[in-house]
Design a binder for this molecule. Structure first.
Ligand code: AR6
Length: 185
């Protein structure tokens, strides 16, 4: 599986192709829905790998605090996952680009990174939030996500970020955007 590491002045950003459920990190990010009700895609894969306690923990959170707004991020344990914790966020549904989708996606990445900092989580793995059933165009998503992640690394909010892309074409899009925005790996 291809993977490339971009060394920044602070921290490291890795772009890799693969299954995020295997990530051995402080926290993996789940591209969830606002009721943390489980689903397909990354969410379904994480629920299967973590065991039923992950869904229970999310539902308990929603019972106590209510549903998440788009862009919110909350943390639960990782249960049977190799990752210690799961940060659940809700990306925007793409509705053509005129509904604040870009700002909301940026907010989702920024809030996940803020939760990681608040919890003292040093390493975090992201999927391509909103780029599956929520339909966000992948190149635009990469152009939004990568600068937010680089800024968090540069200010030492976290020390290591991995972006997990599931397919080869997705990996190529994100790799090219990282090259364009950061420069040589
Ligand atoms: N590892 C890494 N990436 C994956 C994996 C995996 N195991 N599985 C899928 N992807 P999606 P969304 C990629 O649909 O668009 C759920 O039902 C996938 O190819 O998981 O934010 C939730 O419950 C795509 O590029 O998330 C919500 O209802 C990316 O992960 C809704 O889907 C995100 O696709 C959220 O939709």
């Amino acid at each position: 599986m291809p993977a490339v590491c971009f060394a920044l002045s602070h921290g490291r950003l890795e772009i890799r192709q693969g299954d995020i459920t295997a990530a051995e990190v402080g926290a993996v990010v789940n591209a969830a829905n606002s009721r943390l009700a489980g689903g397909g895609g990354v969410d379904g894969a994480l629920q299967r790998a973590a065991g039923p306690q992950l869904l229970q923990a999310g539902q308990e959170y929603v019972r106590e605090h209510g549903a998440l707004s788009v862009g919110d991020a909350v943390v639960t344990p990782g249960f049977a996952l190799p990752a210690s914790q799961v940060i659940h966020t809700v990306g925007p549904i793409w509705r053509g680009g005129g509904h604040n989708e870009e700002a909301l996606l940026e907010r989702a990445y920024a809030n996940c990174l803020q939760v990681a900092k608040d919890q003292g989580i040093q390493s975090i793995a992201f999927p391509a939030i909103s780029c599956g059933v929520y339909g966000f165009p992948e190149k635009r998503a990469a152009a939004i996500a990568i600068p937010v992640i680089v800024a968090a690394l540069e200010r030492d909010a976290v020390s290591s970020v991995a972006l997990y892309l599931y397919s080869n074409p997705s990996y190529a899009v994100w790799y090219n955007e990282a090259q364009r925005l950061i420069g040589a790996e």
